[in-house]
Design a protein around this ligand. Structure first.
Ligand code: SF4
Length: 73
């Protein structure tokens, strides 16, 4: 993998991410998010910006377990 590809991959890394198939758009993650990691899309589902968010309380607040942890570096 070229250096530029690795750099791009690191910049776009999402430690916390939302499984779009499971999200029901309740907004709980966005409401408790003070770091602006989560936001709602026009389709009514939450998504994360690239992040290295360590607060795994987000996993507990999601009623459908749509929030996942990507351990890949
Ligand atoms: S808490 Fe879960 S179901 Fe609710 S908007 Fe966030 S990811 Fe979607």
């Amino acid at each position: 993998m070229a250096v530029e590809d690795i750099k791009r991959k690191m910049e776009n890394f999402r430690r916390l991410y939302v499984d779009q198939d499971l999200c029901i758009g309740c907004g709980a993650c966005v409401a408790m998010d003070e770091g602006e990691t989560f936001y709602m899309q026009d389709n009514g589902k939450a998504i994360t910006r690239p992040n290295r968010e360590k607060n795994e309380d987000f996993l507990m607040i999601c009623p459908t377990e749509a929030i996942k942890v990507n351990e890949e570096k």
